[in-house]
Design a protein around this ligand. Sequence first.
Ligand code: CMC
Length: 446
Amino acid sequence: MPGQTATAAPVSGDHLEIKDSRTGKTYTVPITDGTIRTADLRQIKVKDADFGMMGYDPAFMNTASCRSSITYIDGDQGILRYRGYPIEQLAEKASFLEVAWLLRHGELPTQTEYDQFTHDITYHTYVHENIKEFLHGFRYDAHPMSMLTAGVAALSSFYPTAKNIHDKRERDIAFVRLLAKMPTIAAFAYRHVKGLPYVYPDNSLPYNENFLSMIARMSESKYEAHPAYARAIDVLFILHADHEQNCSTSAVRAVGSSHVDPYSAVAAGVATLYGPLHGGANEAVLRMLNEIGDPKNIPAFIDAVKSGKGESRLMGFGHRVYKSYDPRAKIVKKLCEDVLKVSGSAKDMDIAMELERIALSDEYFIKRKLYPNVDFYTGLIYKSMKFPTDYFTVLFAIARTAGWVAQWEEMLLDKEQKIARPRQIYTGYDERKYKSALDYTHRIAK
Ligand code: CMC
């Protein structure tokens, strides 16, 4: 009846009142944490047989897909916290493995927990020789992200019991194995592309130094990384360890929601990170700086970005969530200066700083709240440490593994979660009769 009120259940607390102009009915929908459940909209129908009202939200711009206690971001204020700890404090005082533990367990580790955890990680750094052979099979010019995606997915076949995702011991060991083996596979991919022999892990070294050893060691009996480089790797891993429901983490959660093993779910995350709008952006930043070539060319480049001609975006600028300076970018800028003191100043850094200065004073970027994101300066650090450009995203993936696994497990233990399955608004044909334009007479039985 027009004007009637319909509610699924009486609502006493905060709620929305929605009036449907099609029927004149009013509905009340509870508000919790400033959010409504879109499933509550299903009661809004014109006819009983209708499916009910849905929310349409391409790219999930305004949809919370989960409740999470791992990472907090306030994009307007430029705040990022893991389990309540500000990223600035973690970057300054913690180690990557401490942060990885924190992300998964919710609390900082005790000394005993940390010692056991680092021991476990250290003694799982080796991969099966067949993984090495498998990576050997790639072409000499394979993109290392392709190799990493395949290598992580392959781990699933080496640890079939990881399928028992409801067994906590299996999740514990998968967490350790993923964190421990990711740098090894990543380093093998690096050496493969360089045509160098793969370097086995050195279990006497800490996580970050062992990774650099597998990357750079040649004939020396022990590789010693420059402390500034080792610190840079550790800090960058901390900064990239998690970033709540970003594209790759959403992919890991969605794939993991099918109850596949964590290696396969994380492989989906690595594949997602490969894209230039996500983890591939730092690679794109360096290509952009290279294209600009000289600070004097910046104004023309910015004009081209604004007019949509040539390079359509200022890579390393803008963020779906941050509408102010990305807090990670501030830390990375300082880190970049420290690393460049060791490696020598780079022309790219001069171009980047001038580009940032000009963009931040330009009306186009101010109006759209476009600020440098984490990727604007990370590429410069990696380049000055002599990592090839197409390897940058691999470094991001090693770090994000900590967040992916923590988020995957949170999804798994969340009783409200089910297999991810969005709806659609169908815009295609109505039913029509099959009438082929092809000649299938040869298939007709004689
Ligand atoms: N340069 C120039 N214009 C931009 C840029 C940019 N980097 N980013 C956004 N805009 C403009 C865009 O054209 C649009 O303008 P208008 O309103 O006139 O159409 C407006 O700003 C809003 O852009 P949007 O595409 O709706 O924003 P989004 O939230 O969908 O995109 C983004 C976020 C990160 C994909 C985008 O800012 C971008 O492509 N940036 C460059 C790539 C990049 O640096 N990516 C790394 C992201 S940080 C690492 C991570 O967390 O994965």
